[in-house]
Design a protein around this ligand. Structure first.
Ligand SMILES: C[S@@+](CC[C@H](N)C(=O)[O-])C[C@H]1O[C@@H](n2cnc3c(N)ncnc32)[C@H](O)[C@@H]1O
Length: 365
């Protein structure tokens, strides 16, 4: 619980609309994850999905969890549908997909669903529906989804671990806005929250996905032995923190307010994530492989990286600081720092890891 006993739930809504600072215009990095997974999705569906048994019901339901506002969600969904069509044609020797497709786009209630709905592909071959709510809750009726997909969203926790904002706790995360990995107590608090969230997430999906159905997760993680602040993304978060503290030093915002600001995101180590998945009794871990993101931060210009980070962070910062912060001043300073650190970034920092994870809902429990 935070101030006034409120749960420490953060609003993660990406910048809405389709303007220059929107997520729509600034999500090439996340697009890279979706692109890199296409081949693996094709392989998973062609080789492992028992489509014949699902065709009996004549309707195939897909859910994209944490979809945001596009365009990545539409690309991910189309990749899945293309693979299903290919498999169907191969099995039925016909060009007509005699299967109705329904796609559920899920995100939290703060998401800009209007922009999402307005930009639905006009030539889509599926029935579309929006499902507002947290993927840590139940979102669908029992055994109703054939394939659930989630890309670049699993690192958002259901809430911030309370210890990191408790000034009396050894896990108080003063001076930082993320789980850097350097302070054991802070790292333990975040890891424990992630563990609980992961169990809740998998148990909810186990109820909703039909036996034999798939849960495909494209997740950002840390290579084993690497700390968050040693990665490019971690470095970006630390630079943003230093900009917030610069503003506090200038008296533009209160230092206490910066101290109490923490990102409720956690990037698990690859082995930690694997362990949590393997301990779940309802899913069979079919595949866990590293994705090669062609749009990695290291290959993009400072301006592009800056815009992508702003599209993700602005709403979260606004949620905490409200109108006491001048967003343009903050991000101007951030852009300068990003340019200064750019040269050292490639040599000094490690890459983040993105994973393709294919889970099959077991048939017997
Ligand atoms: C970085 S965006 C990724 C969006 C999209 N999947 C993509 O690949 O471009 C993460 C999204 O996850 C959503 N998200 C975070 N936590 C969530 C939760 N508990 N339930 C539903 N959506 C969530 C955020 O609102 C955000 O839209």
């Amino acid at each position: 619980m935070g101030e006034n006993g409120k749960p420490l739930i953060q609003s993660f809504a990406m910048n809405g609309g389709d303007g220059p600072n929107s997520y729509t215009k600034n999500s090439a990095y996340q697009r890279g994850v979706v692109d890199a997974a296409k081949e693996m999705i094709d392989g998973a569906i062609l080789e492992k999905l028992d489509l014949k048994s699902f065709c009996l019901g004549n309707i195939f339901r897909i859910a994209d969890l944490g979809c945001s506002i596009g365009p990545n969600t539409f690309i991910a969904v189309q990749n899945i549908i293309d693979a299903i069509e290919q498999k169907y044609k191969a099995e039925n020797q016909t060009h007509n997909l005699n299967l109705e497709l329904q796609v559920f786009f899920n995100d939290t209630v703060e998401n800009d669903f209007n922009t999402l709905f307005k930009s639905l592909p006009p030539s889509r071959q599926y029935f579309a529906a929006g499902v507002p709510g947290s993927f840590y809750d139940h979102l669908f009726p029992k055994s109703s989804i054939h394939l659930a997909h989630l890309s670049f969203a699993l690192h958002w926790l259901s809430e911030l671990p309370k210890e990191v904002v408790d000034t009396k706790s050894p896990a108080w995360n003063k001076g930082s806005i993320q789980c850097t990995g350097y302070v054991k107590e802070v790292a333990d608090a975040y890891a424990s929250q992630f563990k609980n969230d992961m169990r809740t997430f998998l148990d909810a999906r186990a109820d909703e996905i039909v036996p034999g159905g798939f849960l495909i997760i494209l997740a950002a993680a840390l290579p084993d032995g690497v700390l968050m602040s040693q990665t490019v993304m971690g470095m970006h978060h630390d630079l943003l923190a230093s900009c917030l503290y610069d503003m506090a030093k200038l008296g533009l915002i209160e230092e206490d307010k910066v101290d109490s600001f923490n990102l409720s995101s956690y990037f698990p180590h690859v082995s930690e994530l694997k362990e949590l998945i393997d301990e779940n009794e309802y899913f069979k871990n079919e595949k866990m492989e590293i994705l090669n993101n062609p749009w990695s931060f290291e290959l993009q210009t400072v301006e592009t990286v800056f815009s992508q980070i702003r599209a993700v962070m602005e709403g979260i910062i606004n949620d905490h600081f409200g109108n006491m912060i001048n967003m343009d001043n903050l991000f101007e300073n951030f852009c300068h720092k990003l340019a200064e650190h750019r040269l050292t970034c490639d040599q000094k920092f490690c890459k983040n890891t993105e994973l393709f994870i294919l889970l099959e809902r077991k048939k017997f429990n």
